[in-house]
Design a protein. Sequence first.
Length: 81
Amino acid sequence: MLYYVYLIESFSAQGQRYVGMTTDLKQCLLEHNAGKSPHTSKFRPWRLTTYIAFTERAKAEAFERYLKSGSGHAFASKRLW
């Protein structure tokens, strides 16, 4: 099984971005665009910008936490968005 850390960006609200983790990218994006996530529902629709696949859940979780930290925001802004 693969674990994906993904970055999505809103089409409708410029500058709105979200970082998450999933095992099913296609289903996850469908759910974000259907409004099933309270964190992202008001900024629909979303597009997938970047994803990184991991074989270990712990590594994916650690990378997601890093991207949500201060230095991770800087890294993502410079390299992933």
